[in-house]
Design a protein around this ligand. Structure first.
Ligand code: PLP
Length: 372
């Protein structure tokens, strides 16, 4: 059966060579596997422009949420207090993790349609001098909104606040110099812009912060510092590693480099996004976010007000043709989403657009060029 094209925020369409790299049996203590893990960690630092800058890359079993939970639970000490910027579902999730782990925290709840401003961050920090850590989402995948983590990092650094960034859907697909942005810890996962297969997340963390965080962890399996120390001591994971996902990820990192690195990948995704914007406008779909706030990672579109519109039917029509889109995740509007990351090129976006036009016509919900 042919694979469908995934226009989602992940798992994504991956190359055949990435999938093939996973088709091996390799012992978790095998020298070959350990050297793959070491090289993955080294390449991740390079990807974040953090090599030689006092950072460590630490893979953690599980999905991306496990890695966020590991970072928050292992790096915010009992005496600390976390301020979570929530301008979307993933900011809300970060606050929920803090609450489940009983981490002292407060939430800066903001509208989902605009990036957090420095003024809002300043006001929240001014109002509560107990805050020691700030958590923010880079690309709010729920809408595609990009928060300006570089400006935020300059501000938190000046104010002596530790910055934790969830860059799940953006790291590797949006250029970001982690040390220059004064980010203390950043999280992503295998099946996002690096274009690997699911199975683990990872954190890139300032070494001095890891050293200062011994004994903070609120979980045995998600103890990031213990994971780091284990990897440093003998190159091994403490508990069963996702061997095949790591082999695939290593291949994905080689392919990222062969493509020309993060800048080249970002340019390809931007081309995908531009192609999508033009065709969605021609089909009459209205983006949820204003121009200027939209990333090239994923785009949210409002449900049209056409009597024949039905998202489930639209989704099925497209899926039957081999194109998988994604439901919405904003609280104040009915939307659906289309991802432009993964092993996709503008010609795939054009093929999706042609399929959307056919689907709308079959549904009696509009034709290209006519507003829905
Ligand atoms: C910004 C962000 N944070 C966290 C997550 C959660 O990742 P996972 O579904 O792998 O647990 C996602 C997933 O898309 C995400 O986009």
């Amino acid at each position: 059966m042919a694979d469908k094209f995934l226009f989602t925020p992940g798992p994504l369409s991956t190359t055949a060579t990435v999938k093939q790299a996973a088709l091996r049996d390799l012992g978790s203590r095998d020298d070959e596997f350990l050297s793959v893990v070491l090289d993955v960690r080294r390449r991740l630092l390079e990807m974040a422009e953090a090599a030689g800058a006092g950072y460590e890359a630490i893979p953690m079993q599980g999905s991306g949420t496990f890695a966020v939970e590991s970072v928050l639970g292992s790096l915010v000490p009992e005496a600390g207090k976390l301020l979570v910027v929530a301008n979307g579902a993933y900011g809300e999730r970060m606050a929920k993790i803090a609450s489940m782990l009983r981490i002292a925290h407060s939430k800066l709840a903001l509208p989902e349609w605009e990036p957090v401003s420095l003024a809002a961050i300043d006001a929240a920090l001014d109002a509560d001098p107990a805050i020691t850590h700030l958590g923010v989402i880079h690309c709010e995948t729920s809408t595609g909104l990009l928060n300006d983590v570089e400006s935020i990092g300059a501000r938190t650094n000046a104010r002596g606040v530790c910055l934790i960034v969830d860059a799940m859907s953006s790291l590797g697909g949006v250029p970001l110099n982690v040390p220059a942005a004064h980010i203390d810890a950043i999280v992503s996962s295998a099946n996002k812009c690096v274009q690997g297969i699911p199975g683990f997340g990872f954190a890139i963390v300032r070494r001095s912060l890891l050293e200062a965080s011994e004994g903070v962890a609120r979980s045995l399996s998600l103890d990031l510092v213990a994971q780091w120390k284990g990897l440093e001591a003998n190159g091994q994971f403490r508990f069963t590693p996702p061997v095949q996902a790591l082999l695939a990820f290593h291949q994905a990192l080689l392919e990222l480099e062969a493509e020309g690195g993060v800048a080249a990948r970002a340019a390809r995704y931007a081309g995908n996004h531009q192609t999508l914007e033009a065709c969605m406008a021609a089909l009459g779909f209205v983006p949820y976010l204003d121009t200027g706030f939209r990333s090239h990672i994923i785009s949210a579109y409002r449900y049209p007000e056409h009597p024949s519109w039905n998202f489930e039917a639209f989704y099925r029509e497209l899926s039957d043709e081999g194109f998988v889109i994604y439901p919405g995740k904003v609280s104040n509007a009915d939307c659906f989403r289309i991802g432009t990351i993964g092993n996709l090129y503008p010609q795939h976006i054009e093929a999706l657009c042609a399929a959307m036009e056919r689907a709308l016509a079959r549904m009696g919900a509009g034709t290209a060029g006519a507003p829905l």
